[in-house]
Write a protein that binds this ligand. Structure first.
Ligand code: SAM
Length: 283
């Protein structure tokens, strides 16, 4: 079968609040495909009605994606083009669609993105935190113990951290973040982006927690939480502290190897730093 006779799977981003964010290309694609695979067909029906799009829909959500994927791939192979949408923003970004995209690509189907809104990118772009390197962590685990464990693994991360969070867990999560990263770490809460009550607050974690605790608006709507990465200066200080302790007990090579494991830093650079520390008068 030639690629021409197969259909195309379009991965279409939809608005995260403001309907004007659905691009003309996305509108045309949704109107022209044979079928739209939607996370929640009732939710997407509101969007389609607004744009007078009458394309049939099939539900594709976390609970039926595995089972429904083969049928959709068969349709694509038979020549039908499909659009994949989620309730809001870019499909697959903390949303369903991964199995379908993977299976379509494995079957030699062309998969074309129709880019648009994505809450994490929108939040990052207005956060005022460094955007050159960042880590998207999606949703944190809902239970405190697992959440703290995950946050602990990110303690020395120097890139900007981006999280999605359910608003009813916002204060719990902020309080765990404060425990792990310290109250002085800068953070941002981006709320209700592109909607009427949009707000972006940047402050220390301690101040943001106090604000979220006291302001009833803070606990409504949808939020993205961003945390500044550990400053390079702090990382160097942390490494020095760890090395100093280890050098009291271990030879330089072993101390450097262990410090590299603990901090995630480069072994060679840490070894050189260990040699420098050894030359300091109090070691
Ligand atoms: N696929 C979507 C995207 O591209 O952003 C994300 C879907 S995820 C299930 C939903 C989460 O995204 C929310 O809990 C919230 O953290 C974030 N989110 C979605 N819309 C938002 C908005 N308008 N303002 C702030 N955060 C939003």
């Amino acid at each position: 079968m030639t690629e021409r006779s197969r259909g195309v799977l379009y991965v279409v981003a939809t608005p995260i609040g403001n309907l004007e964010d659905l691009s003309p290309r996305a509108q045309r694609t949704l109107a022209e495909v044979e079928l739209i695979a939607a996370e929640d067909t009732r939710h997407t029906a509101v969007l389609l009605n607004h744009f007078r799009i009458r394309t049939p829909m099939a539900a594709l959500h976390d609970y039926n994606e595995m089972q429904r994927t083969p049928t959709l791939v068969t349709k694509l192979l038979a020549g039908d083009s499909l659009a994949l949408v989620s309730d809001a923003g870019t499909p697959l970004i903390s949303d369903p669609g991964f199995n379908l995209v993977r299976a379509a690509r494995a079957a030699g189907i062309r998969v074309i993105p129709i880019p648009g809104a994505c809450a994490l990118i929108a939040a990052l772009s207005v956060s005022g935190l460094p955007t050159d390197r960042f880590v998207f962590e999606g949703f944190l685990p809902p239970k405190t113990a697992a959440r703290c464990l995950r946050l602990g693994q990110l303690q020395s991360e120097t890139r900007t951290l981006v999280f999605y969070e359910a608003v009813h867990r916002l204060t719990e999560s902020l309080s765990d973040m404060l425990q792990v990263f310290g109250g002085e770490r800068r953070a941002v809460i981006a709320r209700e982006l592109t909607k009427l009550h949009e707000s972006v607050h940047q402050d220390t974690l301690a101040a943001l927690l106090a604000w979220a605790d006291s302001d009833s608006h803070a606990q409504k709507g949808e939020v993205v939480v961003l945390i500044a990465g550990l400053a390079a200066k702090n990382t160097a200080m942390e490494t020095d502290k760890i090395l100093t302790v280890l050098l009291e007990e271990l030879p330089v090579k072993q101390a450097a190897a262990l410090a590299a494991k603990l901090t995630g830093g480069k072994r060679n650079a840490i070894y050189q730093r260990a040699l420098e520390i050894c030359k300091l008068p109090n070691i």
